[in-house]
Structure formats: C-alpha cells, structure tokens
Design a protein around this ligand. Structure first.
Ligand SMILES: *Cc1c(COP(=O)(O)O)cnc(C)c1O
Length: 220
C-alpha cells in the first residue's frame, strides 16, 4: 500500500470537487484501516462475500460501495449496509435491490451502468435501454431505491483520445438524462468514471467519483 500516492491522488481529485472510491478488493483489512485512519471513508469492493466480511470487521464509519457486476441472488447480503451500488445493468436487478431495501427499511442509492467501451465484454446498458428503463411503469413503482447518477468503464487502451471520447459521451448522456428525468431531483448528481489508468481523463470530463485500486494498494 502506498500512502504517499494516496495523498497525491486525493490532492489531484479534490480541486475537481470529485471524491475517491478506494478500490480495496483482494486487499487486507489492515490496508483499509490505514487509509481510514488517514481520513478515507469510501471503499469499493466487487465481491459480495468479501465486502460483507470486511464490513463486519472494520469501522462502521466506512461507506461501502459495490462497484462491479452484481448478481441478483447476492443483493440480500449487502442490502443492510451498502452505501452505493455502482453498476445497475437491468431492471430486474433494480427490482431485487428495491425488495431487499424494503426488508431492511432502507432506501438504497444506485447508479445505472452505461456501456461506453468498445469491448463487447464490459457490462452495462446502452442509452436506449437506460431511457426505456426510466420510462417503464415498473421502475416508477419502486419506492426503496434512488438513482443517483451514471457509471461507466472506458475501453482498456493506451489511446487517450479514445478514452476521452468515451468519457465525454458519458458526460453528455448524464447531462441529458438529468435534464430529462431528474430535473427536480438534486440527488441525481454522481458520475462514476475513471480508474487507476484513466482517472485524470475522467476528471477532465466531469467525473464526481473515481474508482482507484492498484495505484493506491499496488497490483492485484
Ligand atoms: C477493480 C475495479 C476498479 C479499480 O481498478 P484499478 O485499475 O485497480 O484502479 C474500478 N472499477 C471497477 C468496476 C473495478 O472492478
């Protein structure tokens, strides 16, 4: 773990008004404690079992963000405590989160994942699917979820122009969706984009949450 690098990243991000999701997947609890003691509050995990174990062992002041693909049958395990779910890719997943949130007397904050990369393998919805989800009566009947913004992952490439184009496209979709569907809902304000390799590009294009793992914690 690299505390110096962590501090540098925080000071790079802060002028943009963005926040850091420290992606601690596969990393030991001791690393998380060290960052927590330096003031970090948001940690990102992509495996439900690992996240739940860390939640139980670590300070309750931590905001746990679920960042990767989430299986419907595992939602119940994180519903009692998760602070934000970044990667909603279907109405079915949203319905399950709503159901489990209701059981826990909570409203769970979620981001819709947009497919912006060239790769076929990355999860997410295209803009048409996002709009049809937001237009559907089923979505409007959900009382225990709150859509707080959008999330995306750029193509894994050295081509910074390509990555910039993808982030710019996501930002412009974010602005359009906000105006069209959330103009009366100030909580729709998060744009989760950027990882270790491309967070600087993401910040220039309006990211409000950057998800950084290996640059802080080392290779996995
Ligand atoms: C692992 C992961 C990250 C962090 O990746 P790094 O390259 O280690 O910064 C960000 N977002 C998601 C969805 C991830 O799964």
């Amino acid at each position: 773990m690299n505390l110096e690098r962590y501090k540098e990243i925080v000071s790079e991000i802060t002028p943009y008004g963005a926040r850091l999701v420290a992606v601690s997947k596969t990393k030991p609890e001791s690393d998380i404690r060290t960052l927590y003691e330096s003031g970090q509050r948001i940690f990102g995990e992509n495996k439900v079992q690992e996240m739940t174990a860390k939640y139980e062992a670590l300070p309750k002041g931590i905001d746990w963000h679920h960042i990767g693909h989430l299986q419907t049958n595992k939602v119940k395990n994180i519903a009692p405590f998760v602070a934000l779910i970044h990667a909603i890719d279907s109405l079915r997943l949203l319905e399950e989160i709503d159901k489990q949130a209701q059981k826990n007397n909570r409203i769970i904050s979620c981001l819709l994942q947009v497919h912006i990369a060239r790769e076929e393998t990355k999860f997410g919805m295209d803009p048409t699917e996002i709009r049809s989800l937001l237009d559907s009566p089923a979505y409007h009947s959900l009382g225990n979820i709150k859509i707080c913004g959008l999330m995306g992952m750029a193509t894994n490439t050295e081509d910074e122009k390509q990555v910039g184009k993808e982030f710019a496209g996501l930002k412009s979709l974010f602005d359009n969706i906000r105006e069209q569907y959330f103009s009366e809902q100030p909580d729709f304000k998060e744009l989760s984009m950027g990882m270790s390799s491309d967070y600087r590009i993401a910040l220039k294009h309006g990211a409000t949450l950057v998800r950084i793992g290996s640059e802080i914690f080392g290779d996995r």
